[in-house]
Ligand binder design. Sequence first.
Ligand code: OSB
Ligand code: MG
Length: 335
Amino acid sequence: MKIESITVREIQMPLVHFFETSFGRTTGRRIILVTVQGEGITAWGECVAGEHPHYCEECVETAWYAITKELAPSLINKDVKKPGDCVPMMASIRGNRMAKASLENALWAAEALKEQVPLWKLVGGTRKEIACGVSIGIQNSPEELEEKVEKELAAGYQRIKLKCKPGWDLKIFERIRKRWPNILLSCDANSAYTLADTEHLKEFDQYKLLMIEQPLWHDDFYFHAELQKKIKTKICLDEAIRNARDAEAAIALGSCGIINIKVGRVGGMTEAIKVHDVCQKRNIPVWCGGMLESGIGRTHNVALSTLPNFTLPGDVSASQRYWKEDVIEPEVTVS
Ligand code: OSB
Ligand code: MG
């Protein structure tokens, strides 16, 4: 497709319920949406950068700059034969992976429209059903959390992930495990601990968690490997995996037993598929993470999740968990 024009927008959407992680509370999202236009096609992509650079270095402001001033200009008037062709065109710009992913994902959507094939088939998906879990943030009280878990299990979600941090961990797991001894339960620390917490993290093992996500520094493999030797619960890396090379290195070091793939975090669909393939080859199961996306980003996540090594339930929950009204029609629903 010859890219004739690119439109960049920011929309603002209040969340139906606040979302709190170890790095803070979000009550609404500022979301950058891009469209690429050419050959009569208009296709959408979403930038998953957050309002603040807390999860990673990127945020809405930096992504807006990167897309409008650097990345879109490098693509405009270019002929992109297949979506991945844009990757080398943007390669001279370091980092800014979420910004890059929004444009690449729009090109994947364009290719799907042009070829009249569903996106999930275009990316190489093989499954018609995917398993869904939910990510439940830190709540005002353990009672409120218990209500949330009850509601999500009743809605059919197959894995409950609890956000955790020092002070919101062991007692919470104890309470949830006591009431639901057999559910698939995991936790996500978003880098809330250090190696000095090793003894404390060993206590997590008794709760039979499917995994602990990113317990240590956002940019670390080495110390996660040290920690993994001392705890039974499998470590899952999220923040630290920026590309397929990182996945290779982390697996070789023994830093994790599971990897969370986020299209935005790794710079787009092409790299996400590469991370998937590396993990599949090394027998490391993966699942698709979420970034409180609108339906546009969410449907890209759903498509990616149909690849064969996405064997664990992903954070690909329904639109209504986040939004009163999503920007897509039909909204994402979960059966
Ligand atoms: O670490 O997975 C994370 C949301 C924002 C930033 C980081 C994370 C998350 C989530 C939400 O866990 C997952 C979702 O979109 O449902
Ligand atoms: Mg995470």
